[in-house]
Design a protein around this ligand. Structure first.
Ligand code: LRH
Ligand code: MN
Length: 427
């Protein structure tokens, strides 16, 4: 965590200018009968979970270029996430991956999180890698495997992940399965799906009443011919068969090029099965780039569907917002600060859509004016609203500038090399 005084000192020279921008935007939007304070309040309430696996430098099969001061374990990852939350006011929870982040002492990790004012969002299972000492390999799948012993092992893993989540205070499990095939004929396309459903039924049966199970679809990789949970339709079928505690998680990068992702979101909202998001962006495949970096209009159109559902009061609409990115070139903390900003902006833009006018234009099939209503909101520079929402929560007007001014990375580059890691319990 940073000394709050440092953030205030960083904000101070820019505050008057920010106020002018904020007032100016306020005037513009009041002319459009937009409730300015209402928008800022909603942006202040916006929260997104940070994935534990995004705090270290990511890589590809071609290489990884580690950066200075990377976290060495889940405790240090939590410290970095607490900083992202301190600077943005919008990242109060972490999404863990098991076994990557499984500590020896869960109670110690929970205490550490509480000390950092962080909570635990959906916890992620992992049957896409074989762990040392594992009885059966997941080479040919996990819950879809033709061998009952492998399926039982995969179910056991998911039950264990639920127990870890319960101990940490998480209330959801995200199930992304790499299960699939590389060649036609290799895998029975219907029976493999039936086996996955059967396995998830056993996991579903073990869920505490308040928990949710998110099914995450993905068209390909690591399977390059057929993935069992390949698309939103397969994910929706699973969630509908499993029951009310199951819903679909939309990873923005898990769609074939040119897929209308906001339409997928609208369909899942309509089915009452939109469970949550893994926000990121991509140009080609599952590139896990920073959200809004490639197609910010698409991100806005996704948030437009979310705000529309919230304004309408769609029953049971309560999606979990999480980031899922791999920071191969950017400093992971800076990339996350940039990501939270992009999400807050897309949300604020969606909040300033004149929905009454849009609905009239849609009813009158006034194509140009209907499109114009969305573009007007998208072209509104809501940055002063987002900055105001942050600074009202003790955050930074410019989080990346404050992070760089703090020297946090350089300090960690020293700490996390020289100093052996001392768990909080022994401090
Ligand atoms: C799969 C995925 C999934 C996570 C993994 C780190 O591509 O999106 O959500 O388990 O990335
Ligand atoms: Mn994902």
């Amino acid at each position: 965590m940073l000394d709050p005084g440092l953030i205030a000192a960083e904000n101070q020279p820019h505050y008057a200018e920010h106020r002018r921008d904020y007032e100016h935007l306020g005037h513009q939007l009041r002319r459009r009968e937009i409730d300015v304070e209402g928008v800022v309040a909603q942006v202040m309430a916006f929260e997104v979970a940070v994935p534990s696996w995004a705090l270290g430098t990511g890589g590809t099969r071609f290489g990884r270029f580690a950066g200075p001061g990377e976290p060495r374990n889940v405790f240090e990852k939590m410290e970095d996430i607490a900083l992202v939350h301190q600077l943005t006011g919008a990242a109060p929870r972490v999404s863990l991956h098991i076994p990557w982040d499984e500590p020896d002492d869960l109670a110690e990790l929970r205490q550490h999180a509480e000390a950092l004012h962080l909570g635990f969002d959906a916890i992620n299972s992992n049957t896409f890698q074989d762990q040392p000492g594992q009885g059966h390999s997941y080479k040919f799948g996990s819950l879809c495997h033709t061998d009952a012993a492998v399926r039982a092992q995969a179910v056991e893993h998911h039950l264990h992940v639920v127990e870890v989540g319960k101990a940490l205070g998480s209330e959801a499990i995200t199930v992304w399965l790499a299960d699939g095939s590389n060649y036609p004929g290799q895998m029975h396309l219907r029976k493999s799906f039936e086996r996955v459903l059967d396995g998830l039924r056993q996991v579903y049966a073990a869920l505490p009443p308040a928990w949710r199970l998110f099914t995450e679809h993905k068209p390909y990789e690591p399977a390059f011919y057929a993935t069992v949970v390949q698309d939103w339709g397969s994910s929706l079928l699973l969630a509908q068969h499993l029951g009310p505690q199951a819903a679909c998680l939309v990873d923005l990068g898990h769609h074939l090029p040119k897929t209308n992702i906001e339409l997928v979101v609208a369909r899942l909202i309509g089915a009452g099965k939109l469970g949550g998001f893994h926000f990121n962006d991509s140009k080609y495949g599952d590139d896990d780039l920073t959200a809004g970096s490639i197609d910010p209009y698409q991100l806005f159109l996704v948030f437009n569907e979310l705000v529309d559902a919230a304004v309408e009061g769609v029953e049971g609409f309560d999606p979990a917002y999480m980031i899922d990115q791999s920071h191969n070139l950017k400093d992971p903390i800076e990339a996350l600060l940039q990501t939270v900003e992009a999400l807050q902006r897309a949300y604020a833009q969606a909040l300033v859509v004149d929905r009454a006018a849009l609905s009239d234009y849609q009813d009158q099939n006034d194509v140009l004016m209907a499109e114009g209503a969305l573009r007007q909101a998208y072209q509104t520079d809501v940055a002063p609203f987002v900055a105001e929402a942050r600074q009202r929560q003790g955050g930074a007007l410019d989080p990346v500038a404050a992070f760089r001014a703090s020297g946090y990375r350089a300090a960690k580059a020293d700490d996390r090399v020289t100093a052996a890691y001392v768990p909080p319990s022994s401090l």
